[in-house]
Design a protein around this ligand. Structure first.
Ligand code: ZN
Length: 260
């Protein structure tokens, strides 16, 4: 069985285009569903109405205003905690949070945990440390490893989102012309026919689809993927540069299966 996911970030910038595309995909792939990561501050009633007509879309918060680092610096996120409470108590939102550019501080992650949000991360690293043990996370690389443990896979870090181009776990965005006003008026989308053709090349109408909020796992993944020779207590480090320093370091390269 092939299980696929589709994230659409930065809704409702260019929202209509995405809605048209999702309608089209739904016709061709009956089990298609998508997780729409929406920017709370710019959601309007008409956006909610459009989304609520489509039960194959689930809406999750993507930051607050989509300001870079807004979930990293306490002076920015602390004044937004009231908004986080509102989101947490509003059934329109699925409690699966994706920070802009996946940036989080440890304190903010704790605020999310207390409100029972799961957290999106893009790869096996990048979370602040240590992660609360009961925090659930959607982590694309992690999910690949757990669902396809008998399959060798590589993680392409040159790819924008760490996603492979095989359409298995798609993360898509609108295109943003320069200038913030222009951003909101973007009439053109990254979800061009070229992208759709690339993804759907491997899609079949029989494929199973899941919302990412249903695939979360405990966030305490103790693996340092060679992003530096730091060896953290109780972690496995894969960077061979640290090999001489610590027996927990194991040799590995990007094209071999991750040794969980
Ligand atoms: Zn975004």
């Amino acid at each position: 069985m092939t299980l696929r996911t589709f994230d659409y970030d930065d809704f409702p910038i260019d929202g209509d285009h995405f809605l048209h595309l999702s309608d089209r995909l739904k016709k061709e792939y009956p089990k298609f569903c998508a997780s729409v990561f929406a920017i709370p501050k710019i959601m309007r009633p008409r956006h909610w109405r459009a989304l609520h007509r489509r039960d194959w879309l689930r809406v999750c918060p993507h930051g607050f205003t989509h300001r870079k680092r807004e979930c990293r610096f306490p002076e920015i996120w602390q004044p937004r905690l009231g908004m986080l409470d509102d989101i947490a108590s509003d059934d329109c939102w699925t409690k699966c949070f994706k920070g802009p550019w996946y940036g989080y501080s440890e304190g903010f992650v704790e605020e999310l945990r207390q409100r029972k949000f799961s957290v999106c991360n893009k790869s096996l690293y990048g979370f602040p440390l240590p992660m609360p043990g009961d925090l659930m996370a959607w982590n694309i690389a992690n999910v690949l490893a757990s669902h396809y443990s008998d399959v060798q896979f590589g993680i392409d870090y040159n790819d924008e989102e760490g996603i492979r181009d095989d359409g298995l776990h798609v993360v898509s965005h609108p295109v943003y012309p320069p200038g913030s006003l222009a951003k909101r008026k973007a009439g053109q989308s990254e979800i061009s026919n070229r992208h759709v053709e690339m993804w759907t090349r491997s899609w079949s109408p029989d494929d199973e689809w899941a919302f990412v909020s249903d695939l979360t796992q405990p966030a305490l993944l103790k693996l340092n993927l060679g992003c530096g020779p730091d060896v953290r207590d109780d972690w496995t480090c894969l960077d061979p540069r640290a090999k001489d320093l610590d027996p927990r370091v194991i040799e590995w390269d990007f094209r071999r299966m991750i040794p969980f």
